[in-house]
Ligand binder design. Structure first.
Ligand SMILES: [Zn+2]
Length: 197
């Protein structure tokens, strides 16, 4: 399905690269607008998962890390669970797809948030042209911004030590309060829905 870097080995922690990028369009041009996105592509192909809600994750990170500058993209869980790739961002079509294997209560909320932050940075920075005319996604500016995520090091460490998870997924919903995102939102002034509940 046109995924770059899916099985790429991890050379060292500084080059940690489990995030993939969509090389080809994954949805047809006639795809509905984000607000109209429904379960047409199957129950998993939408932002509300069994454990985590990607829309509220996006909302909190957009507010705290991007000053609400990011326009709403299409956000969805992948229909199938991917083996390695954590998330994909189609920058041109503005589609963020997060691996539904992360919709698992064994995955810390901050990890889902960290993956979302990474994909949101792709929307923020867009595609940069490299010295040889190639497309560059993970520029030094991108990497510097990535490190601004409050739990960046913890998330990288957790992924290095635990990902991919084996065994049965834990599908029970998490409470929307008391987690990483509600803490992040609270520290930022508690304006988001997560802190209001
Ligand atoms: Zn990336």
């Amino acid at each position: 399905m046109g995924v770059v870097g899916r099985t790429r080995p991890v050379p060292d922690p500084h080059q940690f690269e489990l995030f993939g990028l969509v090389a080809e369009p994954v949805i047809p041009a006639a795809e509905p607008e984000p607000t109209q996105f429904t379960s047409r592509r199957g129950p998993k192909h939408k932002p509300q998962g069994l454990v985590y809600d990607l829309q509220s994750c996006f909302d909190v990170i957009n507010e705290v890390m991007f000053k609400r500058e990011l326009r709403q993209p299409v956000i969805r869980w992948s229909r199938n669970r991917w083996r390695y790739t954590l998330g994909l961002c189609d920058v041109e079509k503005r589609v963020i797809t997060i691996n539904s294997a992360l919709d698992d209560a064994r995955i810390p909320e901050m990890v889902v948030a960290g993956v979302m932050h990474h994909e949101m940075l792709h929307l923020y920075f867009g595609i940069t042209e490299g010295p040889n005319g190639g497309r560059r996604f993970h520029t030094p500016e991108f990497r510097a911004a990535e490190r601004l995520f409050p739990a960046y090091v913890t998330v990288e460490d957790w992924l290095r030590d635990n990902w991919p998870l084996r065994g049965r997924p834990a599908r029970k919903p998490r409470p929307s309060t008391g987690g990483f995102l509600s803490y992040l939102s609270m520290m930022h002034g508690g304006v988001s829905t997560a802190a209001a509940e």
